[in-house]
Design a protein around this ligand. Structure first.
Ligand code: HEM
Length: 503
């Protein structure tokens, strides 16, 4: 072996030693701050325990809380993550001091397109600008229009249920079809038929995207961020999940061209009443505005795409869990039916205004979102500088994670937390809750932008279904559900089958 080889080998060894030491040192952040938590491994942090131990992440978080208390730190790969549960601290982070220190969610490790141009990926000023534009999509007048689109799709749902009376219905599959149709039409200018056809190419592509979102490549990049660039290339080019993104992007790009050409067509009336009031149009109108930095076509496509991602799984999960809880609690279902009977005559339509006046329906939906908050690992903020959290001085770049599942099932906040009691949300009881004790949509300036949309769809669908059908459990319906968290949303481990009896 020549001297050059020996020198090269020595230099490589020193370099590797230096890298190993830096990595080890990185995993000492919480120990140095005196914050307890599960011991991380130098290769994967705590990600293997969280995601690959065979347990649901919800169980792992429960066990960590039991062992380390309400404030503890863990490492999502290399990302230091501080869990806080004190509700006043939660309020400080999400609401009171949000704009000073906690305005962004954590930086995505794999910076793939179109994610980085969406509300979920954007940061600081650009996020704020696009957020204020996209929030306009959910103004009362637009929601009134959107409710008509929703009602059209819900009519297909009730038609399917009429054809399947007294048979076992896979409720998650059913509501995924409904959510997909509604969002496609409202956000992507796309008509699909995925309620009647559960094998619709687009619905299958969306499911596949979500099933494979946390694939081994991404897992690897989270643990070894140096490879994120290579992983990004692989995911963008070859992942099966790219199919859904491609369909969406192509469709929205075509729709943009069409809308722009129609905008100059003298046969089309320019009045806003004649414009399609969807997300796409809101963005196209904003792109013409001289008051904001130009919105690029990439941003328009990306943010239409993120509405599908943000709204599909969440709303269908919420509808599934609400139906399940109503089937298992016939007395609550009866009270809801009576509220609907009293509010509407036989053939009267349920619309945007009337559905929002139903007090007990609101209680049912709030309680269902408490027991089963669809999104459980996404209420996270990144510290933008060294800052105080409780009595701790937390460095820049730490993710602060709000454990919504544990908050929603804390027996001190919610006695008998797994029992379905809509009375917890009666107007008198509601006043007694801490404002951070119920946060299925997060809180503060970065909360769920689609909250009104999601709630409207859930309420319209549940009201119309309960008016026409009695929901009953099938013989195999479990009374205690096991849940999975494939990405950030909970889904039942096994399909939930219910029967719909005609009233
Ligand atoms: C039951 C239905 C839904 C639930 C439970 C839900 C829940 C959430 C939660 C917990 C967050 C994070 C909030 C935070 O960090 O404080 C979020 C963010 C978001 N949601 Fe929803 N969501 C629902 C429906 C929707 C719908 C229908 C859309 C779109 C049409 C949507 C689009 C988004 C977007 C774009 C964000 C990121 C907002 C930002 O960073 O500015 N969501 N959602």
């Amino acid at each position: 072996m020549g001297p050059v080889v020996i020198v090269l080998a020595l230099v490589t060894l020193v370099w590797l030693g230096q890298k190993a030491w830096e990595r080890w040192d990185h995993f000492q952040i919480f120990r140095r701050l005196g914050i307890p938590g599960p011991p991380p491994s130098v290769l994967f942090g705590n990600l293997v325990e969280l995601r690959k131990s065979g347990k649901s992440p919800l169980t792992v978080y429960d066990e960590w809380q039991e062992k380390f208390g309400h404030t503890y730190g863990y490492y999502a790969g290399t990302r230091p993550t501080l869990v806080i549960r004190n509700l006043e601290t939660v309020k400080d982070v999400l609401v009171k001091h949000s704009s000073e220190h906690f305005s962004n969610r954590m930086t995505p490790i794999v910076k793939s397109k179109p994610l980085m141009d969406t509300l979920m990926g954007l940061r600081d000023r650009r996020w704020k600008e696009l957020r204020s534009i996209l929030a306009q999509t959910f103004s009362t007048s637009k929601m009134r229009h959107i409710s008509k689109i929703m009602n059209r799709s819900i009519s297909v749902t009730t038609e399917i249920l009429t054809n399947n009376v007294n048979l076992d219905v896979d409720v998650l599959g059913l509501f995924q079809g409904l959510s997909c149709e509604v969002i496609c039409e409202c956000a992507l200018a796309m008509r699909v038929d995925c309620q009647r056809n559960q094998n619709d190419t687009f619905l299958v592509a969306v499911r596949e995207f979500l099933r494979t979102a946390l694939n081994p490549f991404i897992f690897f990049a989270i643990c070894f961020p140096w490879f994120a660039g290579a992983v990004q290339f692989i995911v963008d080019k070859f992942a099966v999940s790219a199919l859904m993104t491609n369909i969406v992007c192509q469709n929205v790009e075509t729709a943009i061209q069409l809308r722009r050409s129609q905008a100059h067509d003298p046969k089309i009336l320019p009045s806003s009443e004649h414009k399609v009031m969807d997300v796409l149009q809101t963005l196209l109108d904003a792109a013409e505005s001289p008051h904001i930095d130009k919105i690029t076509d990439d941003e328009i496509v990306a943010n239409s795409w993120i509405f599908l991602l943000g709204g599909f799984e969440t709303t269908s999960a919420a509808l599934t869990f609400t139906s399940y809880l109503l089937a298992l609690n016939p007395e609550v279902q009866q009270t809801l039916f009576e509220e609907l009977q009293a509010a509407f005559s036989e053939d009267e339509d349920i619309n945007f205004d009337s559905v929002n006046n139903l007090q007990f329906l609101d209680q049912v939906v709030c309680e269902s979102l408490r027991i089963y908050p669809p999104v459980v690992t996404f209420i996270v903020r990144e510290t933008s500088s060294e800052t105080r959290v409780e009595s701790l001085s937390v460095p820049k770049g730490v993710s602060i994670h709000i454990p919504v599942w544990q908050i929603h099932h804390d027996p001190e906040l919610w006695p008998d937390p797994f029992t379905f009691k809509p009375s917890r949300f009666s107007s008198s009881e509601k006043k007694t809750h801490h404002s951070m004790a119920w946060i299925p949509f997060g809180a503060g300036p970065r909360n769920c932008v689609g909250m009104r949309f999601g709630l409207l769809q859930i309420k319209l669908a549940i009201a119309r279904i309960i008016r026409s059908f009695r929901l009953v459990p099938s013989p195999g319906t479990l009374t205690k559900l096991k849940l999975n968290v494939p990405t950030v949303t909970i889904v039942p481990e096994k399909k939930i089958y219910l029967k719909f009896e005609k009233r």
